[in-house]
Design a protein around this ligand. Structure first.
Ligand SMILES: NC(=O)c1ccc[n+]([C@@H]2O[C@H](COP(=O)([O-])OP(=O)(O)OC[C@H]3O[C@@H](n4cnc5c(N)ncnc54)[C@H](O)[C@@H]3O)[C@@H](O)[C@H]2O)c1
Length: 469
């Protein structure tokens, strides 16, 4: 029977994937909930031999009978197919399942503990049991954590528990990997065969290759990274989804108070894939500023307050932005130096606009604490436009008035003159000119990078530090 139907074009035809199972690792899946049951069914459809494990006798019985333990479109169909083809078994015996397979997926629950942290009890228990099984096994085994967990869990909890219970060595006798799950409940089967992304962080090259090969049929561009980065990606994803939902709902509440249809607004908003739904504005860097963002955030917060509409997310944007600038000040002050040189002072590169530049706020904070400031910005020209902006900043931000009064005197002719005349160089713009200036600085001159000058961070350079990386 061919399971492909026109509503699920992404589901691979079983005839095409019913290839010889030799060469494919056999896989045990610990935890037959929303994540584990889908992995079992979908990987069996790709020709893998799967053994599902759960402490729940009911879930084990259902999976063994080819029936779905949860409500999930097409899951029952795929489980039935897997059982009929002899590719799916299920058991309560975790040790036996691990012993009879090459790879173990760990997908037990990670609920919230009373103190708000992530409760790793089930992960720890299952890891210990996997270790007890591996104590009896000679061949290399791979343990893949699929739960959503705090960064560090795979190496500091799973690998440690498995090693302690088995007496085996990570990277030699067994490998660990973190492979987050991004499938949406309800369409998890369709998402499995057309994943938004596949991310694998592994302890060693052999483990990485084994885990990546499992997904080869559904994703040709697997993203390989460190284990903690893979763990963090999963948390960032869900926090981002939550941010979008909360943001959309705040906009909805504000629109309602203004008698505007929020869907009419957001239907237009989401069509902008150049700036809104895009990587733009999402990479960590320095605080937002300029003549629009801070002003508009204040205006929207004020609009809401005037109508008694509570928008904590939008109303806190100014606070979080200010904390980011304060963190830059703290980093620079921690160096205990007097002369601070700034490469870039306008609110972003390629503009001469100084209005609400977060760098000016940072300069004012440092000056108030006694620092001597120097500036080089190739776009600053002391013409009438700039004089008008200086007056604007003096008026809008009284704390920056002293910096504005002296900014012309602080400016030096070029980047080399700046790096020669300071004890720390603070980079506000990621431009080629500033990258070259930082590279040519005298040895040991500290750099505080607010703009992320480099894709790949410098190795072994104790004099370099970034604000959010
Ligand atoms: N539900 C989702 O859509 C989703 C998506 C991505 C990630 N996650 C993460 O994946 C993990 C699993 O989520 P879920 O929704 O599938 O959980 P779930 O509660 O539906 O399933 C977990 C299963 O693990 C079983 N279990 C617990 N301890 C066990 C043990 N020692 N041995 C065998 N079985 C054991 C439980 O009986 C249960 O059936 C969690 O960390 C969750 O945060 C879930």
């Amino acid at each position: 029977m061919n399971l492909v139907s026109k509503d699920f074009v992404a589901l691979p035809a079983i005839d095409a994937v019913a290839v010889a199972q030799e060469g494919k690792p056999s896989i045990s899946v610990i935890g037959l909930g929303y994540v584990g049951a889908v992995s079992c069914a979908c990987l069996a459809h790709l020709g893998f031999h799967m053994t599902g494990v759960d402490v729940s006798l009911e879930k084990v019985r259902l999976v063994k009978e080819g029936r779905s333990p949860i409500v999930e479109e097409r899951l029952g169909e795929l489980l039935a197919e897997g059982v009929r083809l002899g590719r799916i078994d299920a058991t309560q015996n975790l040790v036996a399942a691990v012993l009879s397979t090459d790879v173990t997926f760990l997908s037990v629950g990670t609920p919230t503990a009373p103190d708000g942290s992530c409760d790793l009890t089930y992960v720890r228990q299952a890891s210990r049991a996997i270790g007890q099984a591996l104590a009896m096994k000679d061949a290399f085994h791979v343990v893949v954590l699929r739960c959503s967990v705090p960064p560090g869990t795979t190496l500091d909890c799973v690998a440690v528990e498995v090693a302690a219970a088995s007496g085996k060595t990570l990277g030699v006798d067994f490998g660990v990997a973190f492979n987050p799950e991004f499938l949406r409940e309800g369409v998890a089967v369709a998402d499995f065969y057309a994943p938004p992304k596949t991310v694998v962080g592994a302890s060693d090259a052999r483990t990485e290759q084994i885990v990546a090969s499992i997904y080869g049929a559904v994703d040709k561009k697997i993203q390989l990274c460190s284990i903690p980065a893979a763990e963090m990606v999963k948390y960032v994803d869900n926090v981002w989804h939550a941010t979008k939902v909360a943001f959309g709902n705040e906009i909805g509440r504000l629109c309602k108070s203004l008698d505007i249809d929020s869907h009419e607004v957001m239907n237009i908003f989401v069509t902008d894939t150049k700036l809104h739904l895009s990587p733009y504005y999402l990479k960590p860097g320095f605080a937002f500023g300029g003549s629009c963002l801070p002003k508009e955030v204040r205006a929207v917060a004020h609009l809401a307050e005037a109508r008694n509409v509570d928008l904590p997310l939008i109303q806190s944007l100014g606070v979080t932005n200010h904390r980011h600038i304060a963190e830059a000040a703290r980093l620079i002050e921690s160096l205990n130096v007097k002369r601070v040189g700034f490469l870039g002072v306008t609110f972003k590169p390629a503009t001469d606009d100084l209005r609400e530049s977060p760098t000016l706020e940072l300069m004012a904070m440092l000056e108030a604490k006694g620092a001597t400031l120097r500036v080089y910005d190739p776009n600053l020209r002391f013409n009438d436009n700039l004089k008008g902006q200086i007056a604007y900043v003096r008026h809008a931000c009284p704390s920056q008035a002293r910096v504005m009064d002296n900014i012309e005197a602080m400016c030096v002719a070029d980047a080399a003159a700046l790096t020669e005349d300071c004890d720390v160089v603070v980079v506000s713009h990621a431009t080629d000119e500033f990258r070259a200036a930082v590279a040519a600085r005298r040895p040991g001159l500290p750099v505080v990078d607010l703009a992320r000058l480099y894709k790949q961070l410098p190795d072994n350079d104790a004099s370099y530090q970034g604000i959010a990386w």
